[in-house]
Design a protein around this ligand. Sequence first.
Ligand code: MG
Length: 254
Amino acid sequence: MNRRFRGILFDMDGVLYHGSQRLAGVLEFFTVLELPYRFVTNNSSRTPTQVLERLHNMEIPATVEQILTSALVAADYLHRTAPPAAKVYVVGEVGLRTALIDEGFRLTDDQPDYVVVGLDRAFDEAKLTTAVTAIRNGASFIATNMDRVLMNETGSQPGTGTIVDRIAEASGQTPLVMGKPERPMFEMAAVQMALALEDLLMIGDNLETDILGAKRAGITAALVLTGVTKRADLVTSPVQPDLVLENLLDLLKS
Ligand SMILES: [Mg+2]
């Protein structure tokens, strides 16, 4: 492997596994990997502990500190920029709620200072109205990510971006986005690893999030063809990775 990298960021689905099925060569790759690494996921619905359990079920070596979700990035952003104990209205699930509570924020629908939006599979008109009203009344609008589609065990479902779009449309406001391809997630990973962005290698399967985000942040980007992107997609894409790998083991040869 090219030794100019000092740390690796892994996307998970399509890179390490599909659903609950670990991809071929992944364990072998981690056996020889000597660099520090983090797992970076836009999915805000699970807590790091839940993500860890999933990785451990597939025998992928990880600690809870190595897991960075867009929910944690949102909580970290508010921790750095919001007044202590600011009031937050959350559209989201346990991963996002826990991350914000852990940073000391009060979750409420009563005159919140922030509206933070993640994946919420129980999103409805009432939540839409509460979020839009709060934003119209001056609350800051934060989105964990803008993914259109979320892959799951049985296929796919509408992603967080579809919820964020409805709130943006009705409120007339554009959110600040925390996850890939935006910068905050990459910056938080770099800070945690005490490395510069240019010392990192991002390995992902998605051109629009993993690769675009890494390129914009000044991170070397490796596309693995084990997920959503096929080699043919590269021909027409304006986003081009620095490396193209058939699978993770290919990186060891590059
Ligand atoms: Mg992926």
